[in-house]
Every structure is written in C-alpha cells, then in structure tokens.
Design a protein. Structure first.
Length: 256
C-alpha cells in the first residue's frame, strides 16, 4: 500500500510522527508521500523525509497560499534539488470555491508549477475545486510537453475525468469515496481505468468511513483502498497491487 498524498507537517501528525509511522507500517504501508503547501511547509518537509525511508516529499504552493507565496519555476526547480527524496511538484492547481487567492494569481502559479514539473520530469500534483474548465484549460495548454498529471483527491465530474484521461492523467481517490453521499463520485471512479488509479488519505483531513470524526492518518488508507476495491469489483490485494504499481510507474518509472 502507498499513501500518495498526506501532510505529515500538519498537526497532530507531526507531533506524533513516530506512532503514526508505526501504525502505518503495521497495516502494510510501504511509501508515504507528504505534500508541500507553502514555502514554510517545504522547509519542514525537507526534514521529515529524512526521518524514515518510507517517506517522500514534494515541493509546491497550494492555491490557497499563493497570495503569500509568490514563486517562479526556477525557485521550484532549484529547491527541489535539496533532497533526492523530493519526487513531485505540488500541490498546485485552482480552488475557486474559497478563492483565498486571486484567480489570476492562482492560474499563474499553476502554470509555473507545470513548467517546473516538465523540466524536472516530475509528476504535477493538482488540486481542483469549482474550477474544472479552467483547470483543464491550463493543463491542456501544456499537452504537447506531456506533463505527468496526478489529480489529487479527485472529486470532479465523469466528463472532467474523461477529458483528463485523454491527457494521460492519473486520479487519486481519497476518503471521500467512502462517504454516503458520494455515489456520483463512486460511479466516476468506476468508469476510470484501473491503471490510472491511486489512493490517498489527505491526512490529517478527510478521514474515511468508519473513522469519521477523528483526525485522519496514513494508516487509514486501508478503508479507502477497500472501498475502491469494492467500487471496481476487485479483490483488496489486487487493488493494492494495482495502485502501488501505478504510483511507482508515475513517480519512479518502474512497477513492483
């Protein structure tokens, strides 16, 4: 099992990191990707990835944080080289639901992240909320450069998924697929080819059923993986192997 997206620099995960990692290993997690959301977040991630062999990290500015974290592609490229365990760019993207940062600033930052990811040959981890058309437009503008796209915590429409699939995107399922009101999303994931699927916790957020009401952590990935297995009509062990292989293909260019 691999948790393709979490935030180990957030509390309560960071202050309990040893216990969090122990519980992760006990359920069979092999890799954890902890995601950067700001310049300050990235400074912490550079330290966290060296705590355990199973932890990898990314560099990026969340769309909410763009207003206070203005960067360009050279910043991302140069700083990504500070640790060989930095393997992705993001999370970046567009969030017009809250719009904590100006739309144009989000779009510009998104473009800079994509440029950096292409030059580094890293996957780009994309957050998209209430911005399907704009997200696709930006990504489609770079299609000739064939960016490695990972749609994090995907909650988009089936139509959006189809358009992204044609850009060779991967899609990560979060605990949201376990929620009672997520039937449309479950049907969308049912329609996506299994060789494009990953799983994530997005912890400490979005705890899956049956762990609702408490802070999420990487070890809860088993509940999301079980639900995805059910949606796809596959055995848990098969879905585990598929999603792990997909992660390794996307980030390391190999399959286990």
């Amino acid at each position: 099992m691999i948790d393709s997206h979490c935030h180990l620099d957030h509390e309560p995960l960071f202050k309990n990191l040893n216990q969090v990692l122990d519980r992760s290993k006990k359920i069979g997690l092999k890799k954890i990707l902890t995601i950067s959301t700001s310049i300050e977040s990235y400074k912490n991630i550079l330290k966290i990835v060296d705590i355990d062999d199973m932890i990898y990290g990314t560099i990026g500015i969340h769309p909410h944080e763009v207003k206070d974290n203005k960067i360009d592609s050279s910043f991302l490229i140069n700083n990504s080289k500070k640790n060989k365990k930095i393997i992705g760019v993001g999370e970046t993207g567009l969030d017009f639901y809250y719009e904590n940062s100006e739309k144009n600033d989000q779009i510009l930052s998104f473009e800079k992240h994509i440029e950096a990811a292409i030059k580094l040959n890293f996957p780009i981890i994309v957050h998209s909320r209430s911005a399907e058309d704009e997200t696709f437009e930006v990504l489609n503008n770079f299609k000739n450069s064939k960016p490695k796209i990972l749609m994090h915590c995907f909650t988009g429409s089936k139509e959006f998924a189809k358009k992204l699939f044609d850009l060779n995107a991967y899609f990560s399922a979060s605990g949201i697929i376990t929620f009672k009101n997520s039937l449309d999303l479950q049907n969308t994931f049912k329609s996506i080819e299994s060789d494009r699927l990953l799983v994530e916790t997005d912890s400490p957020f979005l705890a899956p059923v049956p762990m609702r009401g408490i802070k999420n952590e990487p070890s809860f990935i088993k509940y999301t993986l079980q639900k995805l297995s059910d949606i796809k009509g596959l055995k848990f062990s098969d879905m585990q192997n598929i999603t792990s292989n997909n992660f390794n293909r996307l980030f390391f260019n190999y399959e286990s």
